[in-house]
Design a binder for this molecule. Structure first.
Ligand code: AMP
Length: 400
């Protein structure tokens, strides 16, 4: 009987899961799926490794299943469908580990209490990441749970990249740049040597372009700068997040427009970015298909900001050997990749339009001064790898 690891990625309205079988120290995906709309229109779907639906359930509209009900259902599914495996652990994506948690961590109630302290730093993600952990302490008390942090990959950045120009006493209280999407970048760093050994040992900028979006400058596979900062709202414009904004705007909105903190939070996290610019949608596919000039402007803005931030990442690296596109937009939108690469011609990028239209993985010409790749990310596999190492106590993982 193989061991199995379940990976959970819990958000405000959904819980995504993947189950990996541990076979000869390798991880093989056996099931994946999600419970979505858990407070509005709950639906559960699970698929096998071939993508075939093996279990599905829909609840009546308006039923509030919540995290608790969704987990109950998920645990029931796992008990029924994974009896040929021995569950050995659950790995969680946790967005914020603060300064303290820079490695995957086996969880107990005291650690979860400490992780609660980072809720104000990631108000839209952290509470939902943590809620299933507490529920699972009760539902499956004997199963080890491991947290993997989106901030951890960036922990080794130089201080220059991490600090804000504010008084030291405030910096020391934890107000600094953390960077996010670390599990995605770590995965890309782990596979890049297979695609392009020179780039992997050199200077690469990875563009994680999904609903959330950021970039990471990597030197020899290590993060040295990132566009996201104290929270996951800095940097590139995203689906609904504004990205970098003059902090004076926030003060103005509060002082002159009488907005309170919650209203500003809603504005910058949920009503801005592609949605705010276009007034149409946060979804890049919808914008690409729209004829509305506002959709075109939102895309122009998105590409323009990618260009600006790419220049900044290349400067931090002192040059550029490769660019990697990943996540929903980065992996699937040849249109955005083409436009971003066209704007990066000054850095030595020469796009192979045919390869780009075909999805890559290499999308630059053989003579391009910078190699460009479209590589699918796999945060779940990264979490499963970490979780396996933590529970088996394999070397290479610092549990501290
Ligand atoms: P993620 O958060 O990684 O799932 O990415 C979600 C984003 O990827 C959304 O804005 C989607 O519209 C976008 N996306 C997915 N597929 C495509 C595609 N074929 N073309 C353009 N955007 C896409």
């Amino acid at each position: 009987m193989s061991d199995a690891i379940t990976v959970l990625n819990a958000g405000s309205s959904s819980i995504k899961f993947s189950v990996f079988a541990v076979e000869d120290a390798d991880l093989r995906l056996v099931y994946s799926g999600q419970a979505e709309g858990i407070y509005t229109k709950p639906r559960f779907v699970a698929k096998d490794q071939a993508g075939e639906v093996i279990d599905e359930k829909q609840w009546p509209d308006g039923e509030r299943l919540g995290h608790e009900g969704a987990l109950d259902h998920l645990v029931g599914f796992l008990k029924e469908h994974t009896n040929q495996y021995k569950p050995i652990a659950i790995g969680h994506r946790v967005v914020h580990g603060g300064v303290e948690f820079t490695h995957p961590e086996r969880l107990d109630a005291a650690i979860v209490d400490r992780l609660e302290e980072f809720v104000p730093l990631a108000p839209l993600h952290q509470p939902h990441n943590l809620s299933p952990i507490r529920l699972l302490f009760d539902l499956v008390p004997d199963l080890p749970q491991v947290a993997c942090f989106d901030t951890a990959f960036h922990a080794g950045q130089p201080e220059l990249a991490q600090l804000f120009a504010i008084p030291k006493e405030i910096t020391d209280s934890g107000v600094r740049r953390y960077g996010f999407h670390g599990l995605s970048y770590e995965y890309i760093a782990s596979v890049l040597p297979k695609y392009d050994p020179d780039a992997a040992s050199g200077r690469a900028v990875v563009l994680h372009l999904g609903n959330g979006a950021s970039m990471c400058a990597m030197k020899a596979g290590h993060s040295i700068a990132s566009t996201m900062g104290f929270t996951a709202v800095e940097g590139l414009p995203m689906g609904t997040r504004c990205g970098t904004i003059d902090p004076g705007v926030v003060l103005y909105l509060i002082e002159q427009r009488g907005m309170d903190v919650r209203e500003v939070e809603t504005l910058i996290y949920k009503e801005s970015g592609l949605l705010g610019l276009s007034g149409i949608s946060s979804d890049m596919r919808v914008l690409q298909e729209s004829e509305d000039p506002r959709a075109g402007f939102a895309i122009d803005y998105y590409v323009y900001r990618i260009g600006r931030e790419l220049g900044s990442m290349a400067a931090a690296l002192g040059g550029l050997d490769s660019i990697v596109f990943t996540a929903g937009i980065g992996e699937n939108s040849d249109f955005i990749r083409e436009r971003a690469c066209r704007d990066a011609a000054w850095l030595g990028v020469e796009l192979d339009t045919h390869a780009n239209a075909g999805g890559g993985p290499r999308i630059s010409t053989p003579g391009s001064g910078v190699s460009v790749w479209a590589i699918p990310t796999n945060e779940e596999l990264m979490i499963a790898r970490h979780t396996l190492r933590v529970v088996t106590g394999e070397p290479g993982v610092n549990h501290g």
